[in-house]
Design a protein around this ligand. Structure first.
Ligand code: UDP
Length: 324
């Protein structure tokens, strides 16, 4: 029986992974380490499984008498508006977090890490294969996130090379879906919560910049297969995402069209906002045969909108019930 640790397990993607992990029968204990900075306790509050424990605290300071067979390191904000606010804390969570967690890995254990398409910076090749080394400004406004993900990749692949540690590293491309924070600030979640509240969707710059938006269920399908389900010798880095590239303005228009009365307002461009981003999925298709991020953004956004509507209306509806 196995002990598993998920850092950032109360977060958006982490909590979906926790749900999947608890479907396994070979797990004895699943420990979630989360300081609830961007993660939310409610993301795992539906789980009654006695194998699950939540340790609230910083991943870089986490201590445990246990050693773990598998460690999944997801603790880090991923939204620019959050990581730019506290860059030192972001670097600590990623790099110091990984260094600390490595000390808790059983000999022969596996260390999984969610890196990011941000390692490609503002790319000069499109789509981006894993071999593309990126165009990142190590002193720029996005550096705390980009460089700490890059440094953690370096740490893990060097640990693999020098100590034989079994590592799995994925690079995720703009994941969205249910359990994103309402105040997360990234494009899809921001546009949806703005459409449902103020009615004004804030597009930064002209909106011609593009991303490849991956619906969370598709992405977690890929993670599940790569991190534990399939027998795969490749350790990564592995691009995981949806390779349909869509401009920010198109996404904003689509969401505005779904919520009557909402409109689009242009704001100054974000500093060093990447102009494009699209995964080259050749490797993913080879090592995860049959896997595809198949949910089109139109459908994924409808599902996310429904979830946000419930989330935003829930407390109000309850309060109204209480009054009547
Ligand atoms: N964006 C926007 N309005 C928002 C939030 C984001 O126009 O309210 C833009 C942002 O400038 C970027 C794209 O949407 O070009 C994706 O931003 P996000 O923060 O979702 O992810 P990232 O920049 O890390 O890819």
């Amino acid at each position: 029986m196995r002990n598993i640790l998920v850092s950032g397990g109360c977060g958006f993607i982490g909590s979906h992974l926790v749900d999947r992990l608890l479907g396994r029968s070979d797990i004895d204990r699943l420990v979630v380490v989360d300081n609830l900075w961007t993660g939310l306790r409610e993301n795992i509050s539906h789980i009654a499984d006695p194998r699950l424990t939540l340790e609230v605290g910083d991943v870089e300071a986490f201590r445990s008498p246990l050693q773990f067979d598998e460690i999944l390191h997801l603790a880090s904000p991923a939204s620019p508006s959050w990581y730019m606010r506290e860059p030192v804390r972001v670097i600590k969570a990623n790099v110091a977090g990984a260094l600390n967690l490595l000390t808790l890995l059983k000999p022969g254990g596996r260390f999984c890490f969610t890196s990011t398409s941000e390692v490609y910076g503002d790319p000069s090749v499109n789509p981006q294969p894993e071999s593309y080394r990126g165009s990142v400004d190590c002193t720029g406004p996005r550096s705390s996130y980009d460089e700490s993900k890059r440094c953690t990749e370096a740490l893990l692949f060097e640990a693999q090379r020098t100590s034989g540690i079994d590592v799995r590293v994925v690079r995720l491309f703009n994941v969205y879906g249910p359990r994103t924070r309402v105040d997360d600030g990234r494009a899809v979640s921001n546009f949806i919560s703005q459409a449902l509240t103020t009615g004004v969707l804030t597009v930064y710059g002209d909106g011609a910049q593009s991303r490849s938006w991956g619906y969370v269920d598709d992405i977690v399908d890929g993670l599940e297969r790569f991190f534990w389900r399939d027998v795969i010798s490749h350790r990564g880095p592995l691009n995981i995402g949806n390779d349909r590239e869509i401009s920010v303005l198109q996404v904003a228009r689509y969401i505005a069209g779904l919520v009557p009365g909402s409109s689009i307002q242009h704001h100054p461009a974000m500093p060093q906002d990447p102009t494009n981003r699209r995964p080259d999925l050749t490797l993913a298709r080879r090592i995860l045969p049959g896997w595809e991020a198949g949910i089109p953004y139109e459908e994924g956004i409808l599902r996310t909108l429904a979830w946000f509507r419930e989330k935003l209306d829930g407390p109000k509806a309850c309060a109204e019930d209480a009054v009547s």
